[in-house]
Structure formats: structure tokens, C-alpha cells
Design a protein around this ligand. Structure first.
Ligand SMILES: [Fe+2]
Ligand SMILES: [Fe+2]
Length: 259
């Protein structure tokens, strides 16, 4: 069985389209949340996820958009008070909001004899599971399917946008496929990150993708962006490959993208 593991698409379906061009014979796609916010294409992204029958859980940004939409905190806002969440709310339709609202927090499944538990994040901020004890504790609380004795256990997380894996003493592990959209400011790669699990074998991968449309769409949607915001967009979706630690707007971006 070949599973494609995604996370943190963030209103950007261009990365996942490039991933699917590279990866063929996928049996099932799983995604660990954050389909919207921080990008210009929430509708196209949700459409892609639904069209490909992705097994999905919700993320904190899905919740944020949902809450803002339901509380109506986006209509009539002055342009200089609008941020991605407000632009996403303006674009989304009630039916897409209902889809976001129906996403579960946890998803349990089995593949090739391995038990999987998927969710967006652990803790309130960017905590990670660091010990066997905490892995077992979390598993006992959230895994709801029957298990066979000695069955291997794996968790899938998103949220940090960092591709990573931690293996515990009994062979259990958690993995994060990274973001299929954009990196944290201290990671200069612009590729779409993901993981493939084929017959139980985990492989972390990334693929370059064309961000030109995303950047053009961002500028079209938000013609009155402040200079700082323009540079954030450029950082996420721009063409520069040199946006590393010396990027002049890094401090601003770090300050505004803590979540
Ligand atoms: Fe995210
Ligand atoms: Fe998140």
C-alpha cells in the first residue's frame, strides 16, 4: 500500500498538485490539517482535498477561519486591518465552511498491519512528544480502534511545518511530513514537503513547484498590502531562493508568524 502523507496546505493547492505529478500509484492520501489561512486559494485547496478523497483532520488555522467566519468578524473591515484570515473568509462559501466544521480532530486507521493515529498538533503551542511515556499516554487517550498484541504504532502530526520523526524505545514513532506550502522563516527551501509510506516504509520527500500564480494571486487579491506584508508574500511565494537567515524582513516575519 502506498500512502501519501500531507499537512499544512494553507490555501495553496499548487504544492500538492506538483506532489501528485511526481508520486503515482497512491492508494490513499492523508492530511494533518491547516487547509486554509496564510495563502490566496482556500477554495481551490479545499476542492483539491475533497476531489482526491483525502482523509483529513482539522488544524488550528481551519478553526481560526471557521471562528472568524461564524462570528462575522471579516465583513466591512478596513483594508489596513485585514489579514489572510479575513481574505480567506471573504472567498469561502457556506458549504466549504460546513466542510471545515465537520473535520475530526483525530483519525485512527490501519495500513499494512500498522496502527496510525493522526492529528494536527500536540499541546497548545509547538510542543512535541519527547518520551515513550507521553507517547503511550496520548495513544491510550485518543486511539479508538481495536489493536492486536504487539501491533506497531505510529502517529502523524503537522503544525510545525518541519519535516521530522521521533522513534521511541519500543519502535513506536511520530512523524511530521512538513508543509506542502511554505517553510518557517529559518528554513530557506521553497519546496512542497511531504512523506510517502509504502508497504510500511517511511520516506520523507520534497518537490519544487511553481509559485508564480500564488504570488500574482496574492498581489491581485491584496493590492493595498503594506510593504511589510508584500515582503511576507514574497517570502512565502516569491521567486527568490536566497531567503535564508540574511533576509532583510526576517525579523518582521518571525514576529508576525509565530503560529
Ligand atoms: Fe500550519
Ligand atoms: Fe497549525
Amino acid at each position: 500500500m502506498k500512502l501519501l502523507i500531507l499537512s499544512d496546505l494553507h490555501a495553496n493547492a499548487e504544492g500538492v498538485k506538483a506532489i501528485l505529478q511526481k508520486e503515482t500509484d497512491i492508494d490513499a492520501i492523508y492530511a494533518a490539517g491547516d487547509y486554509v489561512d496564510y495563502g490566496p486559494d482556500p477554495c481551490g485547496t479545499i476542492a483539491w482535498v475533497r476531489e482526491h478523497q483525502v482523509h483529513a483532520v482539522h488544524g488550528n488555522h481551519d478553526h481560526r477561519v471557521l471562528k472568524t467566519w461564524r462570528e462575522n468578524h471579516f465583513r466591512g473591515l478596513p483594508k489596513d486591518e485585514k489579514w489572510w484570515v479575513h481574505y480567506n473568509c471573504e472567498l469561502l462559501h457556506p458549504e466549504e465552511i460546513d466542510w471545515l466544521a465537520a473535520l475530526p480532530t483525530h483519525l485512527c486507521f490501519e495500513a499494512d498491519g500498522i496502527a496510525y493515529l493522526m492529528q494536527h498538533q500536540y499541546g497548545e503551542r509547538y510542543e512535541i512528544i519527547e518520551s515513550q511515556y507521553h507517547f503511550d499516554e496520548y495513544w491510550a487517550k485518543h486511539y479508538t480502534l481495536p489493536m492486536k498484541p504487539g501491533q506497531p504504532r505510529r502517529m502523524i502530526f503537522g503544525h510545525s511545518h518541519r519535516q521530522a520523526m521521533t522513534v521511541f524505545p519500543d519502535g513506536s514513532l511520530w512523524l511530521n511530513p512538513g508543509s506542502a506550502s511554505y517553510r518557517r522563516p529559518d528554513e530557506p527551501s521553497k519546496d512542497a514537503f511531504y512523506a510517502v509510506i509504502e508497504d510500511g516504509e517511511i520516506s520523507f520527500r520534497h518537490v519544487p513547484y511553481d509559485r508564480e500564480w500564488l504570488f500574482a494571486e496574492t498581489v491581485r487579491l491584496r493590492p493595498t498590502m503594506k510593504e511589510e506584508e508584500y515582503h511576507v508574500a514574497e517570502f512565502f511565494f516569491g521567486w527568490k531562493e536566497s531567503d535564508g537567515p540574511d533576509y532583510p524582513w526576517l525579523a518582521f516575519i518571525k514576529d508576525h508568524f509565530k503560529h
